[in-house]
Design a protein around this ligand. Structure first.
Ligand SMILES: [Zn+2]
Length: 144
């Protein structure tokens, strides 16, 4: 043993892992919601990193639509409290926030809607399918 010799750091080779996994909400209790979600996200991220023989997670990209029930600030906060001491410590969390996207079944058009007003702007129709805004998923990871 040479006590003064530092271990050689591994070569940093960053690779991106496309993930695309829907996250299952574990609990619906306010405040605890994002914490259990983030636990779930990190669990998946660690598993993906292991599959790549990676030791470190650098970037976590997520999508949390405005109708997903998850608040980005609360996800950030949950991440900051869960990441220390894990391979995701110091990683950057990027959260995309898709808005509400509707499809009018009457005039067959897609449109962006506010979370408070889904009425079709073209025909005033009230029958629509929600096609976006409910996304809650882990999109990709950068690991090394
Ligand atoms: Zn319409």
């Amino acid at each position: 043993m040479e006590p003064n010799r530092l271990p050689t750091p591994p070569v940093e080779k960053s690779l991106s892992v496309a993930v695309d996994i829907r996250i299952h909400a574990l609990g619906r209790k306010r405040h605890m919601h994002e914490l259990s979600l983030m636990e779930n996200v990190l669990e998946i991220a660690f598993e993906k990193a292991r599959e790549q023989n990676a030791e470190k997670i650098h970037v976590i990209k997520m999508r949390a639509g405005v109708l997903s029930g998850a608040v980005p600030e609360a996800l950030d906060f949950a991440f900051e409290s869960l990441a220390p001491g894990t391979p995701a410590e110091g990683a950057r969390l990027e959260i995309e926030r898709p808005g509400v996207r509707c499809y009018c079944t009457q005039c067959r058009r897609e449109y962006d809607a506010s979370p408070y007003d889904y009425v079709c702007p073209t025909c005033g129709g009230l029958e629509m399918e929600i096609r976006g805004g409910t996304e809650l998923e882990l999109v990709s990871l950068e690991v090394s």
